[in-house]
Write a protein that binds this ligand. Structure first.
Ligand code: CP
Length: 325
């Protein structure tokens, strides 16, 4: 175990060794067991986390806030639109000032081309750990929960086939941070990864290059495909979700028009039946029900979406306990 994570920022899991990620996952499992048994674990008594949101959230906000309370501390919820950021507070000022009030700063900023830079600029000025609650490039706390869930369901991930697929959604141009970060993590853990999407829904070239390098080092594999149904065949883990044509579209309307040409990319029972007999279905939520995934799949016996959502709590508590103590 690599136990000294005190003071570390978590902006990208690529900044952490697999030993360090394994430590977080082991602590998360311990905290999950203790919570199940009613064992209190006030590891961050009197500590405060600032949670700064530039974008809406259900799971991330609720799980970080509950997690801080369960660790004996407090989380303050700050919406950017209620702050003076629009009137001039810079990332450096946010890092300096919130870092003096708090023991950690968590930020969600998914603005394309802005979010990751913003979080890194705050971190450069902060004296306390900065945690990425999702940016335009990465969603590390979602991926920790996903790794935890996959291990609970499938044990050792090495040699397991995971399909990371685009799916259609009509609600909005979803960030590409989940597929990118999942791709990076799955290739690090020696999985056989199928990345499936229509040609217009590319991920960032530098992320693909890192994933190829990860796969080479871990003796896993990365196969790129554009045939939705072929991606399901024999797969152990189907992680099919929508994301925006962010590298291609001129604006949201253009992105929506491109996506609409692939409106048949829905995860349904017929397609799930092509996967391995014991395949699981994963999605970080929120999902466009009946469009992105059929109710029979997301509510069906192969779906682990609620375990994923629950594990956000345990994984984030582990990160906070290890970095903010
Ligand atoms: N999966 C996820 O990050 O959910 P929220 O957007 O609701 O936080």
């Amino acid at each position: 175990m690599q136990t000294d994570l005190r003071g570390r920022d978590l902006i990208s899991l690529q900044d952490f060794t697999t030993d360090e990620i394994d430590t977080i996952l082991e602590v998360a499992l311990q905290l999950k067991r203790e919570r199940a048994m009613g064992v209190p674990h006030p590891l961050l008594r009197d500590k405060v986390l600032a949670m700064l949101f530039f974008f809406s959230s259900t799971r991330t906000r609720a799980s970080f806030e509950a997690g801080m309370a369960q660790l004996g501390g407090h989380a303050q919820f700050i919406e950017s639109r209620t702050t003076q950021i629009a009137h001039g507070d810079t990332p450096t000022e946010i890092g300096e000032i919130l870092g003096r009030y708090n023991d950690g700063i968590a930020i969600r900023n998914v603005d394309w081309g802005i979010g990751n830079r913003y979080i890194r600029d705050v971190a450069a000025a902060s004296r306390v750990p900065v945690l990425n609650m999702q940016c335009d490039v990465y969603h590390p706390h979602q991926i920790l929960a996903d790794l935890m869930t996959m291990r609970e369901r499938r044990g050792d991930l090495r040699g397991r086939t995971i399909t990371i697929s685009w799916a259609y959604a009509a609600s909005y141009q979803k960030p590409i941070s989940v597929p990118q970060d999942l791709l990076l993590a799955a290739t690090r853990y020696g999985m056989d990864v199928r990345l499936v999407h229509p040609p217009e829904f590319e991920l960032m070239p530098e992320i693909l290059a890192q994933a190829q390098d990860n796969a080479r080092r871990s003796h896993g594999s990365l196969e790129r495909m554009d045939d939705f149904e072929a991606g399901f065949r024999g797969s152990d883990i189907v992680y099919a979700k929508s994301w925006g044509a962010l590298l291609r579209a001129k604006d949201d309307a253009d992105g929506a028009a491109i996506a609409a040409t692939y409106s048949d990319w829905i995860t349904d029972e017929r397609r799930m039946a092509m996967a391995a007999d014991d395949a699981i279905y994963m999605h970080p939520l929120p999902a466009d029900r009946g469009i992105e995934v059929a109710d029979a799949v997301i509510d069906g016996p192969r779906s682990v979406v609620y375990d994923q959502a629950e594990n956000r709590l345990h994984a984030q508590k582990a990160v906070m306990a290890l970095t903010m103590r």
